[in-house]
Write a protein that binds this ligand. Structure first.
Ligand code: CS2
Length: 478
């Protein structure tokens, strides 16, 4: 097999069975600056922008910024931004090589390039997938510095040809656009007053819900890409057929709405109902299964949902405790599709990947449903059991005695809380549930929540996760 590597120079070798990249016109500069060049963006938005590029609209080339990972950026650079995506679902497998990634930067070493891109006349959008923990004053400062340059350029150009930007947060946070804008406002100093007025008048911060399961790249996918392409590809990804992007109709250039709609993006005034359904159903179930998988020693989400009792558990979590508080009308279809998606055998979505940063993810995913159930005097047992499994997870060793590490900004404090759970179980539950950063003030002070998590934690420690999950299902049946 050829040892040639995927790049613009070798792309003509890509077989007919694989969708080749759109051309990269030499005269055009990127129109989208993307912060957070992980797997997700490359297999989701980059593929939407690729559709626009294929239609001949050259304003959607991407300048992708690696916030931390110089290694990945270097690999993609060596391939001129090209990488293969395996799209696998019930209908079979398809490969595509998107050509939308035109330029790359590493934030740490190339901050100037990133700022200049924010000021460049060709740039029309900034998109962000910087993860839940990325919404820091440092991020706001980066955006403020770039927007200040742009604002100065607007004046220098006499307001001709250079305009405001659509700045779209695409992270799994409720009201992500509002959060990003509020972060900028909180970080700006009084000297930024004129800049902030310009941002208010010319830039928009639409809320956005993005959905596609894109596991971190694996050697298995790299091998499969080599077989499909006949070329070595160090950036290959695997994803599912399903994708959804719902974005608020709030663009610096309003005509973008129609373009995105043509590509299958839902542009709406109501992102909220999609966001809450996605965070609480998909991501909420994901976190519950990931923690169960980590503690029981299951490697992938498909293994978890493949166990009948865990599948039943997440179905009930969604139907009984999440759905009653959602405004998305088609939630039952969404739930059924999710169960299928979780079981996709091609995805190999590691439970430890999803359990990463649980302290940052849980607040969006579980408390709103548990609180909704409490307010309705309804059962929140499934969420209480999930919380108990989270505490068990902080032990850092699975039920077979195999150690794993917690990859979480709160890892130390969580492990300190969880360390003595075998001997001081009640005190550990109390200490974990007192954390307002995880549960919010209302749940953190709820005696009812404390009582039920304590109960389930006791079951988990004594019977193990699988037996406890089977038991909650039996209880629920009777
Ligand atoms: C996952 C998400 O890692 C996680 O926390 O729950 O990345 C999930 O796969 C995506 O949000 C799906 O759209």
């Amino acid at each position: 097999m050829s040892e040639l590597q995927l790049s613009r120079a070798t792309q003509s070798r890509i077989p007919q069975s694989v969708q080749s990249p759109s051309d990269r016109p030499t005269s055009a500069a990127p129109g989208v600056l993307h912060l957070g060049l992980g797997a997700f963006h490359r297999a989701h938005q980059a593929m939407v922008f690729e559709q626009l590029l294929r239609q001949g609209d050259v304003r959607w080339g991407i300048h992708g910024v690696g916030m931390t990972q110089a290694g990945l950026v270097n690999k993609l650079r060596a391939q001129d931004g090209l990488y293969a995506v395996r799209i696998a679902g019930a209908q079979g497998i398809e490969w595509q090589v998107p050509g939308a990634l035109w330029q790359t930067s590493v934030l740490n070493t190339e901050r100037e390039n990133v700022l200049n891109a924010m000021a460049a006349p060709s740039t029309r959008w900034i998109t962000l997938t910087v993860t839940e923990k990325g919404y820091t004053p440092a991020l706001a400062q980066l955006l403020l510095d770039g927007l200040r340059l742009r604002h100065t350029a607007v004046h220098a150009a006499g307001h001709a040809g250079i305009t405001g930007l659509t700045i779209a947060s695409c992270d799994n946070l409720q009201g992500n656009g509002h959060k990003l804008k509020a972060l900028l406002q909180a970080t700006a100093t009084p000297q930024d007053a004129v800049l902030m007025q310009w941002i208010e008048a010319h830039c928009t911060f639409p809320c956005s819900m993005v959905d596609r399961i894109v596991p971190a790249a694996t050697a298995e996918v790299a091998d499969a890409a080599k077989a499909a392409l006949g070329l070595t590809d160090h950036g290959a990804l695997s994803t599912e057929t399903f994708w959804e992007w719902v974005i608020e109709d709030k663009f610096a250039d309003p005509s973008d709405a129609a373009l995105l709609r043509q590509c299958g993006v839902r542009v709406t005034a109501d992102v909220h109902s999609y966001e809450e359904a996605k965070l609480r159903m998909l991501n909420g179930s994901h976190s519950a299964m990931a923690l169960m998988g980590a503690v029981t020693g299951r490697a992938y989400i498909a293994d978890c949902v493949g166990a009948l009792h865990i599948r039943e558990f997440v179905e009930r979590l969604m139907s009984q405790e999440v759905a009653p508080h959602l405004s998305r009308a088609d939630w039952a279809d969404y739930r059924d599709a999710l169960i299928q998606r979780f079981g996709n055998p091609y995805l190999k979505h590691s439970v430890h990947q999803i359990a990463t940063d649980s302290s940052q993810k849980i607040p969006q995913r579980w408390p709103p449903s548990a609180l909704g159930q409490m307010a309705a005097h309804a059962s929140f047992e499934h969420h209480a059991l999930a919380a108990a499994v989270f505490l068990r997870y902080t032990l850092g060793v699975d039920e077979q005695g195999k150690a794993y590490s917690l990859n979480d900004p709160q890892a130390n404090s969580l492990m300190t809380i969880g360390a003595k759970q075998a001997t001081e179980s009640d005190a550990c539950v109390r200490a974990l549930l007192a954390r307002e950063d995880l549960w919010g003030p209302e749940l953190a002070s709820s005696e009812a929540w404390l009582a039920r998590v304590t109960y389930w934690h006791d079951q988990v420690l004594h019977q193990g996760v699988d037996a406890t999950v089977k038991y909650i299902i039996q209880q629920n049946d009777s």
